[in-house]
Design a protein around this ligand. Sequence first.
Ligand code: DC
Length: 224
Amino acid sequence: METIIAIDGPAASGKSTVARLVAAKLGGTYVNTGDMYRALTWVALRHGVDPAANPGAVAALLPGLALEFRLDAPGQPVLYLNGVTVPQAEIRAPAVAAAVSHVAKIPEVRTWLLARQRDTRSLGLIVMEGRDIGTVIFPDAPFKFFVTASPEVRARRRLLQAGETADGATIATVAAEIAERDRLDSTRAVAPLKPAPDAVLLNTDALTADQAAEQIAQTVRTRG
Ligand code: DC
């Protein structure tokens, strides 16, 4: 089966875990578009560019970059930047998390990534997660979900993810960082974070990741 399952939602809502499980349950390919923004942020920081202060310098890097997902093993696309695997530990580091919303609001970055994200259509049944998959990247996707969770639950989940929070972080400091990222992501001019009108809303506060994924997979199986 070839289809697109769009899973959008705010930071730390659980959508990555859920999307990965949905892809496994349906035998599809999981595509994380947040990693593309994180990879560009990582490169910018390595070039000494501060994306908040100098978005133009981030845009100027784009012509020298080749960013693509390659299917090294079935269902497991690996992100490559200029022919080299993008290191997950580096793009999930707190410095990248703090700057990535500033990269994600640069119009040239979004336009540059749009074509690369649409190219993944060739991978067959794809489960793509992000912020604007159902609204901008694949507005014609037959399956759209918007995953949410309360700020406290999201902060607790983020704290449990090793390496993604600063030393000494607490639920309160992590919740504040998440709230700031939500604010930046949902108030930006281009492709802000919001549910597509035809998305199914899924609050995961009281659900395990597997239960949430099963709800989505079941919807696809019965309608697909
Ligand atoms: O899902 P994540 O936390 O890895 O996303 C990192 C950042 O990238 C987040 O601040 C919002 C941005 N992003 C976006 O604007 N559009 C997407 N489709 C995916 C991520």
